[in-house]
Structures are given as C-alpha cells and as structure tokens.
Ligand binder design. Structure first.
Ligand code: FA5
Length: 346
C-alpha cells in the first residue's frame, strides 16, 4: 500500500510537470492520453490491484480514484492556461505596434489670454511693468478719484453691477491708474490687464464680462505723440501692418484731450453698404478703446504736481482687439467655448 501511495505521488508529479510543459492543445491532449487514457499510466496501475491481498484492494481503489480526481483538476487548469495563451497570441498577432498612437487631446491658450500676453510683452519690451488689481472696487477708485463726481452724467456710460451701495464690479481697468499712482512716485510706466463687467446687452460687439488692457505713462515731458506712437505700434504688433488705425476726438472725465481709437471693421473691411454690416453697423470701423492725456485733476488727486508731471493713459478692449486680430465677426464667439473655433485661433 505504501508502495502504491508513493507510486501515485510520483505519477501525479510527473503528470503535473508534463501538463505545464505542454504548449498547445494537442500537446496537452497527448499528456492526458498518456496518463489518463484507456491504456495510460493510471490504467496500468489499476491493473495491479488484482495482485494485492483482498483486504487492501478497496483502499488501493480509493487512492487511485483520488489521484485521478487530482490529475483531472490539474488538467483543467493546464487547459485554461493553454487557452489564454492562445488568445494572447491571437491578440498579439492582430496588434500592429508600429501603428501611430492616438495623440492626447492638448488644450491651447485662449485667444483672449494670448492677446493679453502679447500686449503685455510689447509694453514690457518698452520698459513698462505689468500690474493687476481687484475686480471689485469702491466707487472712490472707479469714479471719484478719476474726476467723475457722484452727479456726473458720464457715470451712466459705465452701467455697472453694484455689490453694495459703494462697491461695484469694476466696469473698466482705469482704477488701476489711481492705485498705482498712489503707491509710487513718477516716473510711472505700467500696463494693467484684467476683467471688467458692465450691464450691457449682448450683441456682436458687447459682452457683460470682458477684458481691458489699461496703460499709464507719467513722467516729465510726456505728450500725445508718445501715446499715438505706442498705440499704433501695439496695433501693428497685433494685427500686422495692413490694418488701419485711427484716433478720433472724444471725451473722458479723466483725460484731456481724449480720443477713441478705432480700427477697420474685420468683417466688412469698411466696404459694407450703409448700415448693412452686423459688426460695425456700416461705419466701417470698430472701436478698440479710449485714450488721452491724464487730466490735471487726476494728477492732483494722487499728489502729483500737474505743472511738473504729465502723462497719458489708455484702455483697450481685449476681445475687440481679438475681433480685429483674428478677423472674427462676433465677439460672443470668444465666450462660446467651441473647441473647433478656439483651435483655429491657437
Ligand atoms: C473706458 O473704459 C475707459 N476707461 C478707457 C480709457 C482709459 C480712456 C484710459 C482714457 C484713458 P470705454 O467705455 O470706451 O472706455 O471702453 C473702452 C473699451 O472697452 C471699448 O472701446 C471696448 O473696446 C471695450 N468695451 C467696453 N464695453 C464693452 C463691452 N460691453 N463688451 C466688450 N468690450 C467692451
């Protein structure tokens, strides 16, 4: 009996090694037949039962059956391994590892951001510093210090979102002029990009939240010619030399003299029949921003002597610059989050 037990143990061990080594279905079947088939190794052992004393025969039969059950389990595991190797091989054959990979979806810089960066780069090259400030402002910075007293009608042109009786979401970046001049003595040369908010109805030229780039230069002997030169240079930098720019007399309480800066309508190129163009309304021009020589009252408010110092300031709408730069026909497209549109401009 002990001899039989040892024989069966050895048999199972050999069977396991052969089953593991079988690399395909046919090889595994050969192993099965060699051990468990009608004339296989197990049958040969079974035939020896008759030579044993009668009392040992039932125990021997059970030991052989247990060994067969264990070998059949082992065979199932080996079959599963062979099948999964076959699937892997099939997959490997069907995968072309030289095929180009799917490119990861990469974002791009938003055109508004790009214009802010390029405008700031232009001014930094000319020695200006970039400053940023709060989007919610007390009315002092937004109006009073900019020479717009509480009863001044021009307050209405900055139709605003008020947070309290005296704090509002800034409708322009000009408060940064005051904040900078209060903190520093001349000479001052800054650009201040940022968000602005107005209760304007949406149309092809207006958003309720948009961006401006403010600029301020104060020193002795600054004149309007510097302003024209710098702003014309900015437009050339952003648009190339083909885009026309004009300075039109205007009014702002915080500059004197004042001008609006316009550029050729990117939609009709100034050629629409009277009133037909949905972007410029037929004027042939779109307004980029306001500009002018800093008003003496503003200089006095921050403690600068207007007889000693002079300066200019401007505030351009970034999305308007985007209309002209990218020849876009509607400002709302900049906030539409259409990936196809944005990808074209990147
Ligand atoms: C001002 O905001 C002045 N602070 C500009 C200024 C600065 C003048 C310094 C003098 C000295 P205005 O309200 O015109 O001016 O706005 C300037 C520009 O902001 C407009 O020309 C336009 O380009 C942009 N803008 C104004 N409102 C909107 C709007 N609702 N949607 C998109 N862009 C706008």
């Amino acid at each position: 009996m002990t001899q039989l037990t040892q024989l069966l143990a050895e048999l199972q061990e050999r069977f396991g090694a052969d089953a593991d080594a079988a690399i395909g279905e046919q090889a595994l079947e050969n192993v099965r037949v060699a051990y468990l088939g009608r004339n296989g190794e197990v049958t040969k052992i079974r035939r020896t039962i008759g030579t044993l004393p009668a009392a040992e025969r039932p125990g021997a039969g059970k030991a052989i059956n247990d060994a067969v059950a264990a070998m059949e389990e082992r065979l199932k595991a080996a079959q599963a391994a062979v099948e999964s190797r076959a699937v892997d091989a099939e997959l490997a054959a069907s995968i072309d590892v030289t095929f180009p990979a799917i490119a990861p979806a990469a974002g791009s810089i938003h055109p508004v951001r790009r214009i802010i960066e390029e405008s700031c780069d232009y001014f930094m090259r000319h020695g200006f510093a970039v400053v940023v400030g709060p989007e919610a402002e007390p009315d002092y910075y937004n109006f009073d210090a900019l020479n717009i007293p509480s009863d001044h009608p021009s307050r209405e042109s900055f139709d605003s979102f008020w947070l309290t009786d005296s704090v509002l979401l800034r409708p322009h970046t000009s408060p940064m002029q005051i904040r900078t001049m209060q903190e520093h003595r001349p000479p001052i040369a800054i650009v201040a990009p940022g968000k602005c908010f107005r209760r304007d109805a949406l149309d092809a030229r207006h958003l309720f939240q948009f961006h401006q780039v403010e600029g301020l230069l104060v020193a002795d002997d600054i004149h309007f010619g510097h302003l024209k030169g710098m702003l014309t240079g900015l437009c050339r930098e952003l648009f190339g030399s083909g885009q026309r720019v004009r300075f039109r007399p205007s009014y702002f309480p915080f500059t004197e003299p004042s001008a609006e800066v316009d550029t050729t309508c990117p939609k009709c190129r100034g050629e629409s029949a009277e009133g037909r163009c949905s972007l410029c309304g037929g004027s042939g021009w779109i307004e980029l921003g306001g500009a002018g020589m800093v008003h003496p009252n503003v200089l006095r408010e921050v403690g600068y002597d207007p007889d000693v110092y002079s300066g200019w300031a401007f505030g351009f709408g970034v999305e308007r610059l985007g209309l002209a730069r990218y020849r876009v026909d509607d400002i709302r497209r900049f906030i539409s989050s259409e990936p196809d549109f944005l990808a074209q401009l990147s």
